[in-house]
Design a protein around this ligand. Structure first.
Ligand code: ATP
Ligand code: MG
Length: 414
């Protein structure tokens, strides 16, 4: 992609009204555009990152048997009256032209449960795992952390249906593993902790995946020995590490990037979702739900991967593999154009800064945008290319072929 025509105009100044670093950087570098508080456009740069995150999640959900579908965002209010969630304060209400009352979905239990009922009748139809990557609407009181807490946001939500508690529990722990792999692949594995949270009235615990960052709105109490944590809301009833019982828990600010939740029979009961077991006994279905906010995760990645100059994307979720910068006269430009064509032909995803702006501006924008590898072609590089990792200060001079081999080897590692 040539930057001269790329739909992005990185600014030299962070937006004044944003507090969190990720909100500042993502807007400043043209990853997202704020339409109003809590509502965002994903611009081409941001959309590329979003798709990478989406694919990491999709791959893991498929690997644990998830079947992808896509449900509507517009929901009849009757479904919420059945679960008594029609009075939830974050629900957006609207009227159809016919006068019928609708809401914008903040979650999809009310849609998936009656749908699953059309399919499940016997134990032979279980277990069932379905998921989607879809837009949710929540009338959040405060939307102050950019795409980490928005009023319209994309969530992966998976719903599991089981015949027995044992079967549910087995799947729940499989999902814990899948979530750990997702957060590791997205580059926040080291800072993300499995956190014990309240399970409401239905079971003792649910679990959140909390990423440590000062921009977080939550506090978790971390057991350094076990690498697991307890949510602030349950620290009064759970004062020690749930695993090793240590009382030396350290409080940290964090953001919830995902959660897994035992629903037991709450929604099955509301809709009468039941099945007949092998003995012919009719029973309610046990359910679990499993969410990840894609924008929330993208914001958390930026919070944990930035410096004073800008973003430093982990390679797996970076918008491009390589940022190619050309400095100099027509002959340098010619070399750079050829290198660009060569990289593209070899399957490297390159953003090529061919704009008519100063070298200083190009470097500042490259640091802000944060593509993991920067390649410079200038009068002094001759037939080589000056390569620098965004995360390091050292540079090296390499042939274009070597750069391709290097990038492909990092692709294969992932
Ligand atoms: P929170 O406690 O942060 O308000 P929640 O517990 O209401 O979130 P869930 O309903 O379980 O969240 O949603 C699943 C996931 O969706 C969360 O783990 C988070 O990653 C994401 N998410 C929730 N609310 C938002 C939001 N307003 N903006 C962006 N992502 C969100
Ligand atoms: Mg929560």
């Amino acid at each position: 992609m040539k930057q001269s025509l790329f739909f992005a105009k990185p600014s030299h100044h962070p937006p004044k009204e944003e507090i969190s670093r990720s909100a500042q950087l993502l807007e400043q570098a043209w990853y997202v555009d704020k339409l109003f508080a809590g509502v965002y456009t994903y611009l081409p740069l941001g959309f590329r990152v979003l798709k990478k995150i989406e694919n990491i999640i999709r791959q893991e959900m498929n690997s644990v048997g998830g079947q992808e579908l896509f449900m509507p965002a517009l929901h009849p209010i009757e479904n919420y009256q059945k679960t008594k969630r029609d009075i939830v304060d974050i629900l957006f209400h609207l009227d159809l032209a016919t006068g019928k009352k609708f809401v914008l979905g903040f979650s999809h239990e009310e849609i998936i449960v009656p749908l699953a009922q059309r399919y499940i009748s016997s134990y032979k139809d279980l277990p069932l795992y379905v998921y989607q990557i879809q837009t949710k609407f929540r009338n959040e009181l405060r939307a102050k952390s950019g795409i980490m807490r928005s009023r319209e946001f994309i969530m992966k939500d998976l719903y599991s249906f089981h015949a027995t508690d044992e079967d549910f529990e087995e799947y729940y722990s499989i999902m814990q593993g899948a979530y750990s792999r997702i957060f590791k692949a997205a580059g926040v594995g080291e800072k993300t902790y499995l956190t014990f949270a309240s399970g409401g009235t239905f079971s003792k615990f649910s679990h959140e995946f909390q990423t440590i960052t000062d921009a977080g709105e939550d506090t978790i109490h971390l057991c350094n020995g076990c690498g697991i944590a307890v949510n602030d809301e349950i620290i009064k009833e759970q004062k020690t590490c749930p695993k090793c019982k240590s009382a030396r828990l350290v409080a940290k600010k964090s953001i919830e990037v995902g959660n897994i939740f035992p629903l037991k029979t709450k929604f099955s009961d509301a809709f009468g979702l039941r099945f007949t077991n092998a003995q012919g006994v009719n029973k309610p279905i046990i359910m679990g739900c499993y969410g990840i906010g894609l924008g929330r995760l993208m914001g958390a990645i930026v919070e944990t991967h930035c410096d004073k100059k800008g973003i430093i994307w982990p390679a797996n979720v970076a918008p491009f593999d390589l940022h190619l910068l050309a400095f100099g006269d027509a002959s340098v430009r010619k070399n750079a154009n050829e290198a660009y064509e060569f990289f593209c032909k070899n399957g490297i995803d390159v953003l090529y800064d061919n704009r008519d702006v100063s070298a200083g501006s190009k470097m500042a924008d490259a640091d802000l945008i944060g593509i993991p590898l920067r390649a410079i072609i200038s009068a002094k590089t001759k037939n080589l290319i000056e390569l620098k990792k965004r995360s390091q200060e050292t540079t090296q001079f390499l042939e274009p072929e070597k750069i391709i081999t290097f990038i492909k080897s990092t692709h294969n590692e992932n």
